[in-house]
Design a binder for this molecule. Structure first.
Ligand code: DON
Length: 314
């Protein structure tokens, strides 16, 4: 199919070529091991899927295999919060890049408990605190949202992944952020309850195909692939994409913009989703991470994708 502009729907062959070209990079980077259940995933998994705003799908490699979406879930929770709370949300979380790693605590103290943006862990915890206050059943409603957006009713959270993260000492760091924010009056619910709900969302198991379909709404002015009702207004969608472009890849957002040129969000499960507004969403998966906690080969796949397509947002 001919997409808007003068370029074509990425073919399965093009996606296969990308996988072939990046495969020499396999072996570089490290699979996340601070969530013990994630350390068991093979570092050789490699998948890519693209979904256009018209619902056309192409994919290659391990694109149908579910993986732990981790921080990609922060986009779903932010969407729910923007949908429910609107602009009042921005009194509790900022819109600036942090220039720090995703689990850094340092800025929170001198910035009075207001996290820099909704994608670092502190910001996502505030968003989840808001959802805890606003939704009757946050865990179930988040799961219902991802099932609706992807059209896949079988999506589940991997409770073993969620539990292994909750029980690992690293979880104390997330708890520390939440308590620090509580001390500044920016966290209202019980820390443990919000943490468990956050880990459950991070543990959603989705494939590249599920995620490419689910994020088409960000390419389509807030309109999901399934269901007639927009999830966000065109203005809110534009803003969410702007936040993804500036903060979605944490302190590697600049490098990602430079090499890839799309708004995107990564997760320590090795997935990255990215958007070309008005055109398509794409998801890649390769579990080994670079130093910033983003998929090393996934970033290379997306770089090749926009290069071959001759498209980026810049
Ligand atoms: O809270 C955490 O540290 C993880 N559940 C999610 C971190 C993550 O995915 C960072 N992204 N690259």
């Amino acid at each position: 199919m001919q997409l808007r502009g003068s370029w074509n729907m990425p073919s399965n062959d093009m996606l296969e070529d990308i996988l072939t070209e990046v495969s020499p990079l396999l072996g570089q980077g490290k699979v996340a091991n601070y969530i013990p259940a994630l350390a068991k995933v093979s570092a050789n998994k490699l998948g890519i899927a693209v979904c256009t705003v018209d619902g056309e799908l192409s994919y290659a490699g391990d694109a149908l295999e579910p993986f732990s979406i981790q921080s990609i879930s922060k986009v779903f929770s932010l969407t729910l919060a923007m949908n429910r709370v609107g602009d009042a949300l921005w009194a509790r979380v900022g819109k600036e890049p942090s220039g720090q790693s995703f689990n850094s605590l340092s800025q929170l103290e001198y910035e009075h408990g207001i996290p820099r943006n909704p994608f670092i862990n502190a910001g996502a915890l505030v968003v989840n605190d808001i959802l805890q206050s606003r939704l009757s059943a946050p865990k179930q409603q988040s799961l219902a949202l991802v099932r609706q957006l992807s059209g896949n009713k079988c999506i589940m959270a991997d409770k073993w992944v969620a539990r292994s993260e909750y029980e690992h000492p690293h979880s104390a760091r997330n708890a520390a952020m939440a308590y620090l924010m509580k001390s500044f009056g920016n966290f209202n619910n019980e820390v443990d309850q919000v943490l468990q709900s956050y880990y459950m969302q991070c543990a959603f198991m989705m494939s590249c195909v599920d995620l490419a379909k689910a994020f088409v709404f960000l390419a389509n002015r807030g309109r999901p692939l399934f269901g007639a009702k927009p999830l966000l207004s065109p203005k809110q969608t534009k803003r969410l994409n702007a936040l993804l472009a500036t903060s979605g890849l944490y302190d590697a957002a600049g490098d990602f913009a430079y090499r890839v040129g799309m708004p995107g969000k990564s997760g320590v499960g090795g997935g990255i989703i990215a958007i070309i507004p008005g055109e398509l969403s794409v998801c890649v998966w390769s579990p080994a991470l670079n130093e910033a906690g983003n998929s090393l080969v996934g970033t290379a796949m997306l770089e090749k994708f926009t290069t071959k397509l001759g498209r980026s947002i810049f």
